[in-house]
Design a binder for this molecule. Sequence first.
Ligand code: HEM
Length: 150
Amino acid sequence: MPQTQPLPPIRSARPAMTAEVMARTGLDEAVLARLVHAFYAKVRGDAMLGPIFADRITDWEPHLERMVAFWSSVALMTGRYHGAPVPKHAGLPVTWDHFERWLALFRATADEVCTPEGAAHVVERAERIARSLHMAAVDTQRSGSVPSLG
Ligand code: HEM
């Protein structure tokens, strides 16, 4: 029987990337939790967005926890979120105006809660995701079916 060499350990670059982003932006789980809670407090009180969320979310705690995991994955690359946001937004009665409003509230909250570098980091990602969720919503409004994006 041939001698097999022990395999080298698999090293993920992710923890190093997470540490680098945290050091550069000041973002961590606690800051992201504050960002998410403060942001959805604004959303819930907003005349344009509040009713859309109120019609669909009755129990806010699981939603807020999911959103902290989402931002942890998106901003810090922790892989904590395992979900599919596109189908959840595909059927919403929204136009780009709603996404603009969402982004305006998100930018304002990020400026209040994060360092300038942290705010720039999360806002850039929110803008990119908002554009793709908007496309998914518009596609569904046109065709009536949910696009197959993750
Ligand atoms: C017009 C703007 C938006 C509206 C009205 C909206 C509304 C909603 C609603 C009602 C839910 C709950 C869906 C459900 O549980 O059935 C949800 C979930 C979620 N939203 Fe949004 N959203 C908007 C924009 C965004 C943006 C820009 C992002 C990301 C940057 C985002 C990320 C998410 C995520 C990650 C979830 C959780 C999906 C899951 O269940 O895993 N949303 N949103």
